[in-house]
Design a protein. Structure first.
Length: 333
């Protein structure tokens, strides 16, 4: 040093380094550890011992090909990325400098993108970072972002739930809880487009007007609700039962086209509906007529044609005496 210049060399006290640089690592000229910052010591756990060699403590991720601290400083200047070989496998970023007076190396490390997981795994607090370190501020921002993300995710789930509920409501008959005409049309169109085999039952209640006229509309609603329950009990989850208006119902039996099977299903439904329905201290009595058509009776089944044929079958059942089921082959295709 020149005599007219002040000596700027400062003795590196371990306690001072630890206060200002809790993630520091001081190495001797040969790359052996002299002191560790307290936070870095927690990261390295049992490996943070004096005399440990840099290359035994860390795997160098950048610069590529570097192994020793000398390689790091020679190839990257003073910026590098490390991962502890043991302890907490957190990605670390750092600055390094070889001290001119004795060749010692001072590294100051910080957490990279693994900050959040390192804080969680080591239970770090603000006291474990330098006062000038923005780590905790970043954590607060990350937590705020996570909270906003959770709230947005919850909002999206609520909106999706509301959308599904609205769609379900738009497809449901509010009185019986069955599908409505729109839903039945969509199911028919989908099955016809897929050339699927199914049976279509068109059902109308016999003597329903008499129930309304003699017992009142509340009794009529009760009968419709009861018919809805009966249909749900008699069908499988994959089938579709719909109230398409007034006392008219459509039943789509998916994957079943055998005439005897469809006839048996219709007769079970008729038998259940024909039983007396107790409404308060009164009894409501109705029966059901059902027209049946099979999709396999058409080479190219169309929803409108199937419905028209099922309607003809229904009126054939009524003309035959009501309270029965009639199957007709479609004239289409």
């Amino acid at each position: 040093m020149h005599a007219d210049r002040p000596d700027h060399r400062i003795a590196l006290d371990s306690a001072v380094l630890s206060h200002f640089m809790p993630m520091h690592l001081l190495l001797d000229a040969e790359g052996r550890a002299l002191s560790f910052g307290p936070t870095l010591a927690r990261v390295l756990r049992g490996d943070a011992v004096p005399g440990a060699r840099f290359e035994d403590l860390f795997e160098v991720r950048a610069p590529g090909g570097a192994v020793t601290v000398g390689d790091v400083l020679a190839r990257a200047g003073n910026r590098f990325r490390l991962v502890p070989r043991k302890g907490v496998r957190a990605g670390l970023r750092g600055l390094g400098l070889r001290l001119p007076e004795d060749g010692r190396v001072l590294l100051n490390l910080s957490f990279g993108i693994d900050l959040i997981s390192a804080v969680r795994d080591l239970a770090l607090t603000d006291a474990d970072f330098a006062a000038t370190d923005l780590a905790m501020e970043l954590l607060y921002l990350a937590e705020a972002n996570a909270a906003v993300t959770r709230e947005l995710r919850g909002l999206n789930l609520r909106l999706e739930g509301a959308r599904v509920a609205a769609e379900e409501e738009a497809m449901t008959d509010p009185l019986t809880g069955l599908r409505n005409r729109r839903a039945a049309d969509l199911v028919l169109e989908r099955l016809c487009a897929a050339r699927a085999g199914f049976g279509l039952l068109h059902m109308d209640l016999d003597y329903f007007k008499a129930v309304n006229d003699t017992l009142g509309h509340a009794a009529g609603d009760f009968v419709l609700e009861t018919v809805g329950r009966i249909l749900r009990e008699q069908l499988r989850a994959e089938d579709c039962a719909a109230r398409i208006g007034g006392d008219e119902f459509v039943v789509i039996v998916v994957g079943r086209s055998d005439p005897k099977t469809l006839q048996a299903i219709a007769e079970r439904i008729i038998a259940r509906i024909s039983l007396p329905m107790a409404f308060g201290d009164q009894t409501a009595r109705v029966s059901a007529s059902i027209g049946i058509v099979r999709s396999l009776d058409m080479a190219a089944p169309e929803a409108a044609q199937l419905l028209a044929t099922a309607d003809r079958a229904l009126y054939a059942a009524k003309r035959a005496g009501r309270g029965r089921a009639v199957l007709l082959a479609s004239r289409g295709g």
